[in-house]
Design a protein around this ligand. Structure first.
Ligand SMILES: C[S@@+](CC[C@H](N)C(=O)[O-])C[C@H]1O[C@@H](n2cnc3c(N)ncnc32)[C@H](O)[C@@H]1O
Length: 317
């Protein structure tokens, strides 16, 4: 019988897939509101990458993997024409329904196909896709090496993959700068910091959760949601005991703790691709305003290899 530590350290792929499915089924209506950072900061990045890598005189088959409510597809479809095909794929049936509703309401000219993902095998033929976009999804996947192999299999020769908004593990700052960054993060995202500290003890976490639940209805709803996921997993025998909310969240974002580095991404995971573009960014977390923007660009110049987010483009050669 597996214990808690083993499950968190080495969860089965089936467990991670099912947790993500349930979590995003429950999250579908709240998703856009909960992640404004993705919408605000990544839109212009995606627009400039699509302008750079898509040619109006060529027909494309594109795959938006982990399409969510259709943020990427809604931008990408503006660059596609009647003969082009856009596949929006996701593990959550509920979120795919929202995506369908959103994309159909926009009357795009390209053909749009929706695909429900069930396993780690992408249900798409070999060498049939010209562009894969995966925005804020890699860190949810149980096995990114397998995803890379699947992406390589379905891409045509010369096909590209755009990966955006993934957690990066670049922390080579001077001591002073590290302190400055940590202080800004604590000041800016105190709830994140507090929940990280509280999450270290299961007993403390459950007491604090109960106390905050009394005063905050959205927190109560979220706890109930995480609790329900845990109960369903026990019922389905994917777990033999319930996990806490923090533990469920860790398994949803299964790759976050590992974080990505250049070595992991390009020497181990995507070693069969050639790198075309790389941007390591976001030193301060979700910090807005003039001072933050200034500090961000200062850190970007000073530490080009550090940051907490990464975006990159690769080609199958
Ligand atoms: C953070 S959201 C990003 C959604 C969208 N790409 C965006 O930028 O708005 C992650 C999405 O990945 C999906 N997902 C998680 N695990 C998946 C898997 N193994 N295969 C396909 N989609 C997955 C989730 O259901 C969710 O819609």
């Amino acid at each position: 019988m597996e214990n808690r530590t083993q499950i968190l350290k080495n969860p089965s792929p089936e467990l991670v897939l099912r947790i993500n499915e349930l979590y995003h089924d429950f999250e579908k209506d709240k998703y856009s509101g909960r992640h404004p950072e993705i919408y605000n900061k990544e839109k212009s990045r995606l627009e400039s990458l699509f302008s750079k890598y898509l040619d109006h005189n060529v027909n494309y088959v594109c795959l938006d993997y982990g399409a969510g409510t259709g943020f990427v597809s809604g931008i990408l479809a503006n660059y596609l024409q009647e003969e082009d095909v856009l596949m929006a794929a996701d593990i959550s049936k509920e979120i795919l329904e929202s995506c369908k509703e959103y994309l159909y309401s926009r009357n795009f000219t390209c053909q749009i196909v929706f695909k429900k993902i069930d396993t780690q095998i992408i249900p798409v033929a070999d060498n049939s896709v010209d562009l894969i976009v995966i925005n804020s999804v890699l860190h949810h996947l149980p096995n990114i090496e397998l995803f890379s192999m699947e992406a390589h299999r379905i891409l045509s020769k010369g096909g590209k993959i755009i990966v955006c908004h993934e957690p990066y593990n670049g922390k080579q700052y001077s001591r002073f700068h590290q302190c400055l960054i940590s202080s800004i993060k604590i000041f800016n995202e105190p709830i994140n910091f507090i929940s990280q500290v509280i999450g270290k003890s299961q007993t403390v976490e459950s007491v604090v959760r109960k106390m905050v639940s009394i005063v905050s209805s959205s927190y109560r709803d979220r706890n109930t949601m995480l609790d329900n996921i845990s109960k369903i997993l026990v019922k389905e025998k994917l777990l033999s005991f319930q996990l806490s909310g923090t533990e469920i969240q860790k398994l949803v974002d299964v790759q976050v703790e590992r974080g990505f580095t250049k070595e992991v991404l390009f020497k181990e995971v995507f070693k069969n691709f050639k790198l075309l573009d790389l941007d390591i960014y976001n030193h301060l977390g979700y910090c807005n305003g003039k001072l933050c923007n200034w500090l961000e660009s200062y850190f970007k110049k000073r530490y080009p290899e550090s940051g907490s987010m990464v975006a990159f483009v690769m080609i199958k050669y």
